[in-house]
Write a protein that binds this ligand. Sequence first.
Ligand SMILES: C[S@@+](CC[C@H](N)C(=O)[O-])C[C@H]1O[C@@H](n2cnc3c(N)ncnc32)[C@H](O)[C@@H]1O
Length: 287
Amino acid sequence: MNGKSDRIMISKYTTLTGAEEDQRLDVQNSVLLHFDRDVYDNVFRKKDCPAILDVGCGTGNMIQKMLEGIASYKLIGVDKVERQIHIAEKTHTSGRFLTLDVEQEDFASLIRPVMEEEGIGGFDVINCSMVVLHMQNPIGALSRLRTLLAPNGTVVVRDIDDGLQYAWPDPERRFEKLFMMLEKDDRTGDRHCGRKIYSYLTNAGFQNIQLNKAGLASTSLKDKMLLFDLAIPALLHQYEQRHLDAPDNIQWKKDFEWFRDNIVAMKASFGKEDFIFSAGFMNFTAE
Ligand SMILES: C[S@@+](CC[C@H](N)C(=O)[O-])C[C@H]1O[C@@H](n2cnc3c(N)ncnc32)[C@H](O)[C@@H]1O
């Protein structure tokens, strides 16, 4: 890896993969565990031994964390990046992991034989955590996924919307500037995806659509520092990487240098008693 992240094109967006991205996702998952664990628990416990499809499973760590305490289940994880699937296979013995692109027209026909082998007629839970934001045609993919649900099965969509992101007080307007930089950065998918999920699910034919959570903010010092760890250092790394990849791009150089010079002050804000930060995570379920 040479300390660099691989970059791959995912639809119209670029996403980051590689060891640093895996690490960032692990921090994200430990923070988000408290955000929507109850939602996952409820859907997993609707049935004994639920059949679960994890779409965009990455290294498999997210779903495994959520499944802790669930006695028995059948899990299939799919991700379009082979490297992620290899890690998932090595790390987790309880599950079957496949390199598959859910946006492929023939996704359903490719996964059905595997479902048959596993004795799965339809999935009781289909999980899409932080993956719809990377899709080119979310309605198409969600429509295909709907055909794979068992009767009374549930899809869970966890996604992000930067419209729910804020930081206050921000006297030097550092966070305002950072949020504006992110707004212009298309490497991390559609950062306004959260607001579109309800419409995507409706148009993909889902029913009983529930918005369970919208925005993750905390006032406790410990949780605020976790939110800092979740939201900020990995971004600095991404801006550094972008600058190193294109050293002649003056704007990207400026963005990185500004970020590097301000990150300590930003961290100090998270440690202040009167400071609040909200990250724009959202969680939906539908049938
Ligand atoms: C931000 S990561 C989220 C990983 C994990 N679900 C989590 O919540 O920690 C997005 C993952 O979705 C995968 N992905 C993106 N588009 C996909 C597609 N069309 N089909 C399958 N996987 C996809 C990426 O390769 C990446 O591993």
